[in-house]
Design a protein around this ligand. Structure first.
Ligand code: GLP
Length: 261
């Protein structure tokens, strides 16, 4: 795992956007795993800028999102499909037919989960998986005790997650109780993982995720098993990291990061 500390949330999002852009330029057929949440909004805004100003081309890439709420239609303003259309898909030259999210309205949710896994496999697997971090330490909606080898399935949301997402819905009662999410195992199968976490409210959970013991209680700790996982944080989120100086030294001195400094 590599940890990169940037001065603020904008700089962290900019680094993530530049890393995604580099992969996309190297492989026009990139299969991107995407995440939602407030943290990602800046990263998507920067990718949209790169598309407009530098012609960053999304026309041949395909995407698979981590998760979707059960019971929300794609045009519900709270659905993750709507979020993705608003923040990225509707603003770049991506072919919507190549964008995938689980269907939270599928009549047979288990079949939908199996089909989602099959679809990822059909596209050759995910090249680069973008991840946010929930307050409960989840990636996607892999709530505490999610099996570290789990696959795409329906998960019941924890009270912490419901509370965290309530402001987006207006009240806790309106937050769906279940979601379809890629499993921890599905995420670990991606060739590369890139996690973005910013703000002081993520400081405690990011230190547990990166430096704590691997536990199903905090699904993000499973990323420590991934051979190529980069974690990008801002100074506020890095405050409780024991190894911060070492991580800073690596980013400042190792040749592979020269182009991103
Ligand atoms: C939701 C999503 C996660 C995301 C998390 C963080 O729970 N399912 O994938 O990482 O929100 O959201 P935020 O960036 O708003 O803190």
């Amino acid at each position: 795992m590599e940890v990169i500390i940037q001065s603020d949330a904008e700089a962290a999002a900019s680094l993530v956007a530049r890393m995604i852009a580099k992969e996309l330029r190297a492989n026009a057929h990139l299969v991107l795993g995407l995440a939602t949440g407030r943290t990602m909004e800046s990263a998507y805004r920067m990718l949209v800028e790169m598309h407009k100003r530098q012609g960053l081309d999304f026309s041949l890439c395909s995407t698979f999102n981590l998760d979707e709420y059960v019971g929300l239609s794609p045009d519900d303003p709270h659905s993750y499909r709507h979020y993705m259309n608003e923040h990225l898909f509707g603003r770049v030259n991506i072919d919507l037919r190549n964008t995938h999210l689980p269907n939270g309205l599928a009549p047979d949710l288990d079949a939908e989960c199996r089909n989602y896994e099959a679809s990822i496999a059909k596209f050759g697997g995910i090249d680069l998986q973008l991840l946010g971090l929930g307050q409960a330490g989840h990636i996607g909606f892999n709530e505490p005790l999610s099996a570290l080898r789990s696959r795409t399935r329906v998960k019941a949301l924890t009270p912490t997650t419901i509370e965290q997402n309530a402001p987006l819905f207006g009240s806790e009662e309106k937050v769906p109780r279940r979601a379809i999410t890629m499993g921890v195992g599905t995420i670990l199968d991606a060739r590369r993982c890139l996690l973005l976490a910013t703000g002081s409210e993520k400081a405690s959970i990011i230190s547990k995720a990166v430096e704590g013991a691997i536990t199903a209680l905090i699904s993000a700790t499973a990323l420590q098993l991934h051979p190529r996982c980069t974690v990008v944080v801002d100074e506020d989120a890095a405050r409780q990291l024991q190894g911060a100086d070492y991580y800073r030294w690596i980013f400042a001195n190792e040749p592979e990061w020269a182009e991103f400094r």
